[in-house]
Design a protein around this ligand. Structure first.
Ligand code: SF4
Length: 371
């Protein structure tokens, strides 16, 4: 008797409302989208649009821009019009910028009604303007800016405190009949963050924007986000993600897309399957993997390329991939779709793999265009 087969899929997606951030649907059955945030001054329209173009080229679905001043608010209309992807204005405290962002045609606004209410109670007018324009709102609760009342009640930013804060913020809109909302409850500790989102997922049916806040420099932030998002997305929780890194925003997008691809939530593009190397390796696997990755960067077809250091697991993995090399004895056996097509000297492995990858990619594109 063999092993029983197990389903090759994650948990069912949590059922949530769907909302429309410009051309991108968020929630429901819509694919999980990837967001990032520009680091330019929003008032510098040229630089901001340039960065948005880079993010778009990297695969970003939705971009957020900060709006702390009137000059930034004045720039929103041009940015929203010229950006190829939906633009969300990120606003704190100032209702006048929320109205400006809605008028400017921003695809959504991130604002917490709680801090609007504190200074100038325009929540009702915001709900009305957003509803008339069809502009959704993201309520973003962050551990670092948790309401004092809740901080006093819970002692610190616990999952319960974050969720209570978010639901209270939602209620401020709900009382005006506004439900076009998505929510984030960010914390820098993935364990607290995961617990908060799990709790929130049970308590409402709004789409959820996942984020580990202040995740840190690229390496640490990548790991924190990947673990936290992995835990949540594998349970069907999460509708849009933002990886926060102290690194250029395009890096955030690359990490976000990789997380989704790793979970099977996005079609894979290029995937390099390389062995970790060990005492049996007969080539410099790291260098080989790096050179092949660099040579194939930007390739958009779902190609799986195996780079293996020796003939122990090498041929097996290389055969499973679209293309691969198993090295040994100063030579590389090149496999395409499971067949050894040639054996080349070590110095020719990289260029041969890149050549073959290009040929396969061209064929895939042709096949794709024909079907
Ligand atoms: Fe070691 Fe060979 Fe496995 Fe690479 S493929 S880890 S070199 S045994």
């Amino acid at each position: 008797l063999g092993m029983p087969s197990v389903p090759l899929k994650l948990a069912e997606r949590r059922r949530s409302r769907t909302l429309q951030v410009g051309s991108v649907a968020v929630g429901g059955d819509a694919r999980v989208s990837v967001q990032s945030m520009t680091t330019t001054r929003t008032s510098d329209i040229g630089a901001t649009l340039q960065q948005i173009a880079e993010l778009t080229a990297t695969g970003c679905d939705i971009v957020r821009v900060a709006c702390p001043t009137q000059d930034d608010a004045d720039a929103l209309a041009t940015i929203a019009r010229k950006s190829q992807i939906p633009v969300i204005a990120d606003i704190h405290f100032q209702p006048k910028y929320v109205f400006a962002a809605i008028d400017a045609g921003c695809a959504a606004v991130r604002v917490n009604p709680g801090n609007i209410k504190q200074f100038d109670d325009k929540v009702k007018e915001i709900a009305r303007a957003a509803s008339t324009a069809g502009t959704p709102i993201r309520i973003g609760v962050n551990a670092g800016s948790l309401d004092k009342r809740l901080l006093a009640k819970y002692g610190k930013a616990t999952p319960e405190a974050l969720v209570e804060s978010a639901l209270w913020e939602c209620s401020l809109f709900e009382e005006h009949g506004f439900h076009d909302i998505k929510i984030s409850v960010k914390h820098n500790d993935p364990v607290v963050m995961v617990s908060a989102y799990r709790l929130l997922a049970e308590r409402c049916d709004y789409p959820l924007h996942l984020g580990v806040t202040e995740a840190g420099p690229a390496f640490q932030g990548t790991i924190k986000s990947a673990t936290a998002f992995g835990a949540l997305l594998s349970q069907g929780i999460g509708d849009t993600i933002r990886v926060s890194l102290s690194a250029p925003p395009a890096e955030e997008v690359k990490v976000g897309l990789q997380i989704l691809q790793s979970l099977g939530l996005r079609e894979r593009t290029l995937e390099i399957v390389s062995c970790p190397s060990c005492g049996r390796a007969q080539v410099d696997v790291y260098k080989l993997a790096e050179e092949v990755t660099a040579g194939l960067e930007g390739m958009e077809v779902p190609l799986r390329v195996a780079v293996m250091g020796c003939v122990v697991n090498g041929p097996g993995e290389a055969r499973e991939a679209d293309l691969g090399v198993a090295s040994g004895n100063g030579k590389g056996q090149i496999f395409v779709k499971g067949e050894v097509i040639k054996t080349v000297p070590e110095s020719k492995i990289v260029e041969t793999l890149i050549d073959e990858a290009m040929k396969i990619a061209e064929q895939m594109e042709k096949d794709g265009a024909a079907s």
